[in-house]
Design a protein around this ligand. Structure first.
Ligand SMILES: Cc1cc2nc3c(=O)[nH]c(=O)nc-3n(C[C@H](O)[C@H](O)[C@H](O)COP(=O)(O)OP(=O)(O)OC[C@H]3O[C@@H](n4cnc5c(N)ncnc54)[C@H](O)[C@@H]3O)c2cc1C
Length: 412
């Protein structure tokens, strides 16, 4: 088939790769080939055991405290609050025990496949050596903090992701850079990290170009499925035809889905980080600071400290002082950390309210496949999404029931 993939982030390129493997003629439409991408600057974690939605019973008790704290993990820009309401309503509805169970099972079905799918991808692009499977350490400042997440850890174990609860001393023996401010830790052996998420995107692009995949620099503005083909209207006034379009435009995908007639609740959930080339400390694995909701990851470009969830819409300017705030916060837990010389960054997570990606056909249209909305897990789930998108064309989705990821869940 002649297939157009819209979006050259890690998800779009992983889809393009899987489709090329299956013998399709693929073109990629990307509006800014030299621009930044969310897929470039993320934390590099393969967070395979992260399966529950962010919404949880009792979460909202913390929200007022977070919103007034300039170092806090959550921020909603006042000008965006009203527009966020439908998404927030659905977010809250995803926090019931029954929904958490359903959503966790659906994310686990994807995440159990992650290494099976990403290992061949890394081999293709010559980056097998970029993967480190040393697990992750989640750190709690208080016993209460750990107790509040005990059920979550038990749920992960029930889905095939076991863990080990550690004392402060055991955690510090594994990561000597940690300050004693830790009450408990949980070691999760399943997590991995890549050396540099940007390298994977660039590697995929180079691999695809070598396979004669054309990259067209243009903004897709609308998609029109027809009986015998699908047309993509581009910002430069031209139109491209294909047999099939894959929408993988990250946080910008909702407008394209709307042009097809498929409503979706998708928000840009901005995250910030700072990458420090000479941090003066060494970490062996990714650290997750549970109560403060940020992570520290040892990557090839340096130690990356990042997190935060900011809802401000797609076009608001970045507030890079949030990245500085995270670096300051990290020094509480990593006392010898030298934060000088860091590079600040903001990226827009494509977040659905239920914490599940949108992967599947446009209902009734037959010529459009969606692959977006991976939120905090876009790198983790990219190769698997590519595998499943290609599988939708052959009818082989590796035994994964695709129902929970359907865009039709937003039509209600
Ligand atoms: C601070 C932070 C830390 C993170 N850490 C992790 C992590 O450790 N592990 C993990 O798995 N995930 C992590 N994520 C999430 C992950 O980065 C994203 O889920 C992932 O990058 C999304 O990839 P994507 O390809 O869907 O989107 P993007 O990378 O945003 O790519 C979408 C592309 O589509 C293009 N585009 C958009 N609209 C159009 C259009 N109309 N026409 C043409 N092109 C268009 C854009 O220019 C862009 O290049 C993190 C995110 C942030 C912000």
């Amino acid at each position: 088939m002649r297939i157009v993939v819209i979006g050259a982030g890690v998800v779009g390129l992983a889809c393009a790769r899987a489709l090329v493997h299956d013998g399709h003629a693929v073109r990629v439409v990307e509006r800014a080939l030299a621009g930044d991408r969310t897929s470039f600057g993320n934390a590099g974690g393969l967070a395979v055991s992260e399966i529950a939605p962010a919404s949880a019973p009792g979460l909202w008790k913390n929200v007022p405290r977070w919103l007034v704290d300039p170092l806090g993990p959550l921020s909603i820009r006042p000008g965006h609050a009203l527009r966020l309401l439908p998404w927030l309503r659905r977010f809250l509805a995803s926090g019931t025990p029954a929904e958490i169970a359903r959503i966790s099972a659906a994310n686990a079905a994807l995440n159990r496949r992650v290494y099976d799918d990403i290992l061949p991808l890394l081999a293709d692009v010559g980056l097998s050596g970029d993967l480190r499977r040393d697990g992750a350490l989640t750190l709690y400042e208080s016993e209460e903090g750990f107790e509040a997440e005990r059920t979550d850890w038990e749920r992960r174990a029930a889905h095939g992701f076991p863990h080990e609860v550690l004392s402060r001393e055991e955690a510090r023996a594994m990561e000597p850079a940690l300050s004693p401010r830790i009450a408990r830790a949980v070691f999760d052996p399943a997590w991995g990290i890549v050396a540099d998420p940007r390298r994977i995107v660039e590697g995929l692009e180079a691999w695809l170009r070598a396979k004669e995949v054309a990259f067209h620099e243009a903004e897709a503005v609308a998609i029109e499925p027809k009986l015998d083909r699908v047309s993509v209207a581009l910002g430069d006034g031209t139109t491209g035809d294909a047999d099939l379009v894959v929408v993988a435009a990250g946080a910008w995908s909702a407008r394209l889905a709307a042009s097809v007639g498929d409503p979706v609740l998708l928000e840009s959930e901005r995250g910030y980080n700072v990458t420090i080339p000479r941090p003066n400390i060494a970490l062996a694995r990714q650290l997750v600071f549970a109560e403060r909701k940020f992570v520290a990851t040892p990557l090839a470009p340096g130690l990356r400290i990042g997190g935060a969830a900011e809802f401000a819409g797609l076009d608001a300017p970045a507030r890079l002082d949030r990245a500085d705030a995270l670096a300051r916060l990290a020094r509480v837990y990593l006392r010898d950390l030298d934060t000088r010389g860091g590079t600040r960054w903001m990226g827009q997570r494509p977040s659905t309210p239920d914490g599940l990606p949108v992967i599947g056909w446009s209902p009734g249209k037959g010529r459009v496949i969606y692959a977006f909305g991976h939120g905090h897990l876009g790198l983790t789930q990219a190769a698997t999404t590519g595998r499943l998108v290609a599988g939708l064309l052959t009818g082989d989705t590796a035994g994964v029931d695709m129902t929970p990821y359907a865009i039709s869940r937003f039509a209600r």
